[in-house]
Write a protein that binds this ligand. Sequence first.
Ligand code: SF4
Ligand code: SF4
Length: 372
Amino acid sequence: MTVHLLPDLPTRIKRCAHDAGFDLCGIAPVCDFGELHVFPAWIADGKHGEMKYMEAHDEAGELKRASLARVAPWARSVVVCAINFNSAHPYSTQVRSEDASRGWISRYAWSREDYHDAILRRLKQVEDGLRGLLDPTGKWPLATANLRFRSYVDTGPLIERVYAKYAGLGWIGKNTCIINQQLGSWLFLGVILTSLDFTENELTPDLPAPDRCGTCTRCITACPTQAIVAPGELDARLCISYLTIEKRGDIPNELHAGMGRHVFGCDICQDVCPWNRKAPATSAPEFEPREGLVNPALDWLAEMQQEEFREVFRGSPVRRTRLSGLRRNAVIAMGNSGDRKFVPTLQKLCADSDSVVAEHARWAIATLGQES
Ligand code: SF4
Ligand code: SF4
């Protein structure tokens, strides 16, 4: 069924997104974009590591994330919204001497509220607004009954940053993040898939933002594990974010040193990006940091018990690494700290009931011993 859209509908949708608290909003058509063509080869090379969800296939055996048109044949457009989560705290690369022996949790994971909930709530508001725009009097429910909308935060069968680019929110930097010229790259993305066809109605689609990385290669040079294997291409198996969040069990010894003091995620390739130098702080209170998560004490994390983990990280993305992963990461960071004050704690942890924590504690003691 063809739905005739008001010419100013895209502008009104963006106003709805702004009213819901989003900083950016754009609309991209569902297309077979060039960036999606490299995804199957990336998966085939195994560069996604153990992130099995990325390998999800449809009934025809095709990768779901490679083609939205196959997975959601009803979808014609994607409304992409973004919100700035930056807060006014120094970057991980601006380490003060008193913080050198403390850990680092990625900036996006500091928030008071789970960002999935915070974004989804706003997307639902935009979705409702959109329905209201299509049937302002509520007298024509049939006009909107056949229209479909699906909102996603991280969980949709699409590569959000590709759609964010074609919705005009920013370009995909060499560090693989969406970068907006005014806001930088500290952005949470949310998408609404919709059966509304803007091009069929001859409404001007948003244009992709031009690439402004230019000759800069700061992120590639600064990455401590050489995980950016080509401009815009990550080998997740080397990336600290993957190792500290997605990787279960042992982390190979040869990768420990590069992990530095990171206990959950890594911000280095964004911290060094010139487009983040003047990134503004968010006005959304739910993205203000929880207490204790900026430069957290490593021994606190390494000795944390399940009950405290549940309490401290309730509704936090940090839960994804689970208690065992967080303690393992803290122990590796202790080994990398060069600070022998951690030795008594590590000695205790060598007998920990979690064999992964115990194994990495032995590595950390050996590493600190070599440095003395
Ligand atoms: S997140 Fe860290 S490890 Fe991963 S690519 Fe960026 S700088 Fe490298
Ligand atoms: S650091 Fe430079 S190359 Fe990397 S994403 Fe930022 S502008 Fe692009």
